[in-house]
Design a protein around this ligand. Structure first.
Ligand code: NAD
Ligand code: UGA
Length: 446
C-alpha cells in the first residue's frame, strides 16, 4: 500500500485516483473546484463514465479514497503526487500551462518531505524540466523531489478498462530510480513498462494521439474518394485492417475526430513543431481533412433536400463519441452551427449528453427520445454512434418524418436495408450512383 495524491479530479485524475485506490493504495484527490469536490464527497460523479461512480463509492467507503480542496491536506502524507490537471488550447493552438504551473507551485509551497511528482497531463515537450524549475523555486531547498512523466492513454467511455488493462506504461525521468518506484505502482497490471527520458515520454503522448488522428483523417480522405468512385469505405477499412501491419482500429470514416484531446493535441504539436523551425505539413493536412468532414456532410444534405432555410433537421447523438457526456469539441457543435447558420431548425437527442449540450446550445429543441426527434423532421443526421441508435424502429422513424432522409455521419446503418425501407440514405464514403435530385426525395416522401 502506497500513499498517493492526485491533483485534478477530472476524467484522468478521478480515474487514476480511483483505480490506484482499487489496487489497494491510500489515495487523496485534490481539486480547486469546490463544487466538484463536494459532489465527490457525496458520492456523485460530476460526469458520465461507465462504472466509475460505483468504483468511487466502494473505495471511498473503504477509506482508501478521499477528496479535498486543500493542498496541505492532500500533500502531507503523499509519497507520490500525480498531476492530472487540464492543459487546454491557448490562442495560437499552444497548450496553455497555467493549471500545470498552479499545481507545481501549489505542491512546492506545502511539501515538507521528499516527493516523486508524476505528471499525467498531456504537456509540451520540455514541460517536465520547466516544472522541476518551478518546484525548485518555491520549495524548501533541502527537500528532495523528482519529476517523472507518465502520460495517460485512456479513452473516455472506456476509461476504467483502459487504465487497468493498458497497452503500455510510459515513464520518463532523469532519475531512473524514481521512475522505477513509479513503475512499482503499476506492476500488478502486467503491462509492458517503458522507461525513457522526460522529453521522449512527453513526445510519445503527442505522437500517439497525432498518429491516431492521422489514421482517421486518412480513412476520411479515402472515404471521399470512395464516394466519388463508387466504392464502400467500410468494406475498404475491413480489407485494409486484415493486414497485420495496418490493423483494424481507428479506421472508421465519418464526421471525424473531436473530443477534449485529439483536436487540442494535434494543434499543440503543430504549434510546437512550427515555432521550432519544422514544417509540419502532414499535421496540418490531418486537421484540414477533419474540418472538411463536417462541411461535406452539410453539402450532401443540401444536395438532397435543397435549401436548408426553414427545414427541420434531427440530430441523432451529441456527445463527441458514445459512452460519454463530454461535449468538448464534439462534431455535433460544428454541424449544428453550420445548419443553423443556413436557417435550419434543430431537434436533437442524445442518451446522456443533453444536459451538458443545453448549456452550450440553448436554441436547440431537445427531445425525450429519437422518435420525438424524428417527428416532423425533413432529415436526420446521425452524429454519434450510440449502440441504441442501431436498434431503432426505422419504419416508425420514417412514418414520423416529413421526408425520409437519413445522413449517416458514422456509417452505422445498412444502406441497402434503409433503401428498401424507402429512406434516402447517404453515409460517408459509401459510393452511390449518380447525383441525387430533390425530386427523388419528393417521390420517396409521397
Ligand atoms: P478535466 O478538465 O476533466 O479535469 C481537470 C481537473 O483539474 C478539473 O477538475 C480542474 O478543476 C482541476 N484543476 C485545474 N487546475 C488545478 C489545480 N491547480 N489544482 C487542482 N486541481 C486543478 O481534464 P481531463 O480530461 O482529465 O484531462 C487532464 C489532462 O489529461 C489533460 O492534459 C489531457 O490532455 C490529459 N488526458 C486526458 C484524457 C481524457 O480522456 N480526458 C486522456 C489522456 C490524457
Ligand atoms: C483519445 C485516445 O484514443 C486516447 O488514447 C487518449 O488517451 C485520449 O484521446 C486523450 O489523450 O485524451 P478519446 O478522445 O477519449 O481518446 O476518444 P477516442 O475513442 O480515441 O475517439 C476520439 C475521436 O475520434 C472521437 O470523436 C471519435 O468519434 C473519433 N474516431 C475514432 C473516428 O472518427 N474514427 C475512428 O475510427 C475512431
Amino acid at each position: 500500500m502506497r500513499k498517493i495524491s492526485v491533483i485534478g479530479a477530472g476524467y484522468v485524475g478521478l480515474v487514476t485516483g480511483t483505480c490506484f485506490a482499487d489496487l489497494g493504495n491510500q489515495v487523496i484527490c485534490v481539486d480547486i473546484d469546490e463544487e466538484k469536490i463536494a459532489k465527490l464527497k457525496a458520492g456523485t460523479i460530476p460526469f458520465y463514465e461507465p462504472g466509475l461512480e460505483e468504483m468511487v463509492r466502494r473505495n471511498a467507503q473503504s477509506g482508501r479514497l478521499r477528496f479535498t480542496t486543500s493542498y496541505p491536506e492532500g500533500i502531507k502524507e503523499a509519497e507520490f503526487v500525480f498531476i492530472a490537471v487540464n492543459t487546454p488550447s491557448g490562442a495560437e493552438g499552444e497548450a496553455d500551462l497555467k493549471y500545470i504551473r498552479m499545481a507545481a507551485e501549489g505542491i512546492a509551497k506545502v511539501m515538507d518531505h521528499p516527493l516523486i511528482i508524476v505528471n499525467k497531463s498531456t504537456v509540451p515537450i520540455g514541460t517536465g524540466d520547466w516544472m522541476a524549475e518551478i518546484v525548485e523555486e518555491y520549495a524548501h531547498p533541502e527537500i528532495e523531489f523528482t519529476v517523472v512523466s507518465n502520460p495517460e492513454f485512456l479513452r473516455e467511455g472506456a476509461a476504467i478498462g483502459d487504465f487497468l488493462n493498458p497497452d503500455r506504461i510510459v515513464l520518463g525521468s532523469t532519475n531512473r530510480e524514481a521512475a522505477e518506484q513509479v513503475a512499482q505502482l503499476y506492476l500488478s497490471l502486467r503491462a509492458p513498462i517503458m522507461i525513457t527520458d522526460l522529453r521522449t515520454a512527453e513526445m510519445i503522448k503527442y505522437a500517439s494521439n497525432a498518429y491516431l488522428a492521422n489514421r482517421i483523417s486518412f480513412i476520411n480522405e479515402i472515404a471521399s474518394i470512395c464516394e466519388k468512385l463508387g466504392a464502400d469505405v467500410k468494406e475498404v477499412a475491413i480489407g485494409m485492417g486484415y493486414d497485420k501491419r495496418i490493423g483494424p482500429d481507428y479506421l472508421d470514416a465519418g464526421l471525424g475526430w473531436g473530443g477534449s484531446c485529439f483536436p487540442k493535441d494535434v494543434k499543440a504539436l503543430e504549434h510546437m513543431a512550427s515555432i521550432h523551425g519544422c514544417h509540419p505539413q502532414l499535421l496540418r493536412a490531418v486537421m484540414e481533412i477533419n474540418r472538411d468532414q463536417r462541411r461535406l456532410i452539410i453539402q450532401t444534405l443540401r444536395e438532397i433536400v435543397g435549401t436548408l432555410h426553414g427545414k427541420t433537421i434531427g440530430i441523432l447523438g451529441l456527445a463527441f463519441k458514445p459512452n460519454t457526456d463530454d461535449m468538448r469539441e464534439a462534431p455535433s457543435i460544428e454541424v449544428i452551427h453550420l445548419l443553423t447558420s443556413e436557417g435550419a431548425r434543430i431537434k436533437a437527442y442524445d442518451p446522456v449528453a443533453m444536459e451538458v449540450a443545453k448549456g452550450i446550445m440553448p436554441d436547440v429543441t431537445y427531445c425525450s427520445d429519437p422518435y420525438q426527434m424524428a417527428e416532423g423532421s425533413d432529415a436526420l443526421i446521425a452524429v454519434t454512434e450510440w449502440n441504441e441508435f442501431q436498434h431503432l424502429d426505422m419504419v416508425r422513424v420514417k412514418e414520423l418524418m416529413r421526408q425520409p432522409v437519413l445522413i449517416d455521419g458514422r456509417n452505422i446503418y445498412d444502406p441497402q436495408k434503409l433503401g428498401e425501407l424507402g429512406f434516402i440514405y447517404r453515409g460517408v464514403g459509401r459510393g452511390y450512383e449518380g447525383p441525387t435530385v430533390i425530386s427523388e426525395v419528393k417521390k420517396a416522401a409521397s
